[in-house]
Design a protein around this ligand. Structure first.
Ligand SMILES: Cc1cc2nc3c(=O)[nH]c(=O)nc-3n(C[C@H](O)[C@H](O)[C@H](O)COP(=O)(O)OP(=O)(O)OC[C@H]3O[C@@H](n4cnc5c(N)ncnc54)[C@H](O)[C@@H]3O)c2cc1C
Length: 292
């Protein structure tokens, strides 16, 4: 089902999770358990990332197939066009079509950090070019990425918003945001979008706190602000106590998501990092509160 139809017909906000393909046999076993644990929460859809340069092409496809055909879940296939030529882009999209994908998220991707990768000379420069490429050829429900605090390379949030508007004008049907730990960034971003004439659904992405190291690393990569509330909360926990950090992250994540849902957002999209305990804790709390 198309995500825009789900949002139109659902009485409640949607619940969705992001997964990435496993990179080892051990990770594959863990991923299988994660999928089963998350599926039991009844998500409206599950998304799968795509490694820039096509690095996870087969892995992403196999995972999408499993989620849809073995687990019976609605799927959203991400697609990052970085470095790929028109024929490679068409081949991936045709693969998606063949396994029954209806929803894609069209992103640019970034230069792969490992190995040597030579971009195709006709590769696309921006996600807006990818949306323009897909729209006339495929009947996918197309989403695009956005950044409540601004994309890390953008000269300004205003400029970033103009490029987001371009992606929507080229035919994007919905937006999924990067995470932020302060909902105020998110609310102000949605206001700016609406003022700029961006009318499509905007689904907030949520990143639970998994470990201090991962939180710092990811925030450094995308420019997300780690709030004083989080820093103080973590500083007050017993050192190296993983259970205490998990409980803190679940409590914080529950409050953050509850506020997003109570403010009328179309749902929450949780970046699971292929782990289930944080998502389980947060979602079970929200379900107990009748918010999902
Ligand atoms: C929800 C979500 C899912 C993601 N999934 C993946 C994934 O599966 N695989 C992956 O590799 N990465 C993924 N990413 C990361 C994403 O690829 C990076 O953040 C990337 O740096 C930007 O992608 P984009 O689609 O936003 O690019 P763009 O929209 O092209 O924007 C990139 C930068 O260029 C600027 N820009 C945009 N258009 C123009 C223009 N016409 N002229 C000049 N500047 C312009 C923007 O302001 C921004 O600074 C995801 C991000 C999010 C938020």
């Amino acid at each position: 089902m198309r995500l825009t139809d789900i949002w139109r017909s659902n009485a409640k906000p949607t619940l969705s999770f992001e997964l990435f393909p496993a990179r080892s046999e051990k990770a594959a076993v863990n991923l299988e358990m994660t999928i089963d644990a998350l599926a039991a929460l009844g998500p409206d859809f599950v998304s799968v990332t795509f490694g820039a340069g096509g690095s996870t092409r087969q892995g992403s496809l196999q995972l999408l197939k499993k989620l849809k055909h073995e687990k019976g879940l609605e799927i959203l296939a991400y697609f990052a066009c970085y470095g790929l030529g028109p024929e490679e882009i068409t081949a991936v999209l045709d693969d998606y079509l063949a396994i029954g994908v209806e929803n894609v998220l069209a992103v640019r991707g970034d230069e792969p950090r490992e190995g040597e990768f030579l971009p195709h000379p006709d590769s696309l420069a921006h996600a807006s070019d990818l949306v323009a490429f897909i729209r006339p050829k495929y009947d996918f429900c197309i989403g695009v990425a956005a950044y409540p605090e601004g994309h890390i390379d953008a000269p300004s949030v205003e400029q970033d918003l103009e490029y987001l508007k371009l992606k929507v004008d080229q035919g994007a049907d919905y937006i999924i945001t990067n995470y932020c730990y302060d909902n105020q960034f998110f609310f102000e971003f949605v206001d700016r979008c609406r003022q700029a004439g961006i009318e499509v659904p905007i689904l907030p992405g949520v990143m639970p706190i998994y470990s201090v190291k991962m939180m710092e690393m990811l925030a450094g990569m995308c420019g997300a602000t780690i709030t004083d509330e989080i820093r103080k909360g973590i500083a007050a926990l017993p050192e190296d106590d993983k259970q205490a950090l998990l409980a803190f992250g679940i409590e914080f994540g529950t409050r953050q998501c509850a506020e997003l849902l109570q403010s009328g957002m179309p749902g929450i999209h949780i970046y699971t990092m292929d782990r289930s305990p944080s998502s389980l804790g947060i979602v079970q709390n929200l379900q107990a509160q009748g918010l999902l």
